[in-house]
Design a protein around this ligand. Structure first.
Ligand code: CP
Length: 310
């Protein structure tokens, strides 16, 4: 595998190999970081973020450094992109500085794929518009696999702003490849028009979705991407689609709760649901475990793509 631009095209076997490698790296990351082999010694990785990030950018940076690579942090506002240089010219100039790989986050769907067609360096999609966020989905799936052991038959409900979510799309592709059952739950105005092509169950009622699901992946309401008049009011949204203890108690269902972050507390998820990592209560939050797992998964991805280069 040369690039990672999405999960749609990855086989179950490839996803499983990444997850297995991530399990190895998680063990080392938690128990003895110094034991991680510097398989990317003297390699250069550019972290090119055209949108803000905390979790993805820093976890890639930790992953790259743990493997012995050096990182170049690139932001559009501090680069010559702000003077009108194109993204492809920018990539070519960084290639000339012997950058081996680009981790790219961009607001345009398809940006990572487009760049991968114009370079012989590795391209890793760190989120492109509303298209895909493959390493986020891999870490979500890794977290679910650690908890349930196997994804086969596990019922995962993706809750919230599906329309604007690259995380939802990548998770649907990856979870389905590994045999999970996937549903979405959202107001009709926050579902994509091609929802029927995604082959997922759709719940209009959160109570019905909760009764069905073993795990819920709660999504952030992406207020910054909503340019039309289709957003419900925040109070309406949290009343009907916010994950709260009252709702979980009503359906009397134990639920594993994931969220890619950042969270809007008290809008899509109540603070106590987001923070509860052990009983008592009807849910278990995996939010910070996901973040730790992000380092392991991104270490595995970088090593898998780059370590066998000659
Ligand atoms: N989940 C996620 O992509 O978080 P960041 O935007 O902080 O990277």
């Amino acid at each position: 595998m040369k690039h990672l631009t999405g999960l749609r095209q990855l086989s179950a076997d490839t996803i499983t190999r990444i997850l297995d490698k991530a399990a190895h790296h998680k063990h080392l990351f938690i128990n003895d970081e110094s034991a991680i082999t510097r398989t990317l010694h003297s390699r250069r990785i550019a972290l090119a973020f055209f949108e803000n990030s905390t979790r993805t950018r820093f976890s890639f940076e930790i992953a790259a450094r743990n493997l012995g690579a050096s990182t170049l942090n690139f932001s559009a506002s501090a680069s010559s992109i702000s003077k009108g240089e194109s993204i492809l010219d920018t990539i070519r100039n960084l290639e000339a500085m012997r950058v081996d790989a680009f981790v790219i986050r961009h607001p345009s769907s398809g940006a990572a794929e487009m760049i991968s067609n114009h370079t012989d360096r590795h391209i890793i999609n760190a989120g492109d518009g509303a298209h895909e966020h493959p390493t986020q989905a891999l870490l979500d799936i890794f977290t679910l696999r650690e908890y349930f052991t196997s994804l086969s038959g596990v019922k995962v409900m993706i809750l919230g702003d599906i329309l604007h979510s690259r995380v939802a799309r990548s998770n649907i592709f990856g979870l389905q490849a590994l045999g999970a059952e996937v549903a979405v739950c959202a107001p009709a105005t926050l579902l994509p028009t091609d929802c029927s092509k995604l082959d997922v169950r759709v719940f209009a009622s959160l109570d019905d979705g909760l009764r069905w699901a073993d795990a819920a992946l709660v999504l952030r309401l992406q207020l910054e991407r909503a340019t039309g008049g289709f957003l419900p009011s925040l109070s309406d949204y949290s009343e009907h689609f916010g994950l709260t203890d009252e709702r979980l108690e009503r359906v009397r269902k134990h639920l594993l709760v994931l969220h890619p972050g950042p969270i809007n507390r008290e809008i899509e998820i109540a603070g106590n649901v987001a923070d509860r990592i052990q009983p008592p209560g009807y849910s278990k939050s995996m939010l910070l475990e996901q973040v730790t797992n992000g380092v392991a998964v991104r270490t595995a991805v970088l090593e898998m793509l780059m370590a066998s280069d000659t």
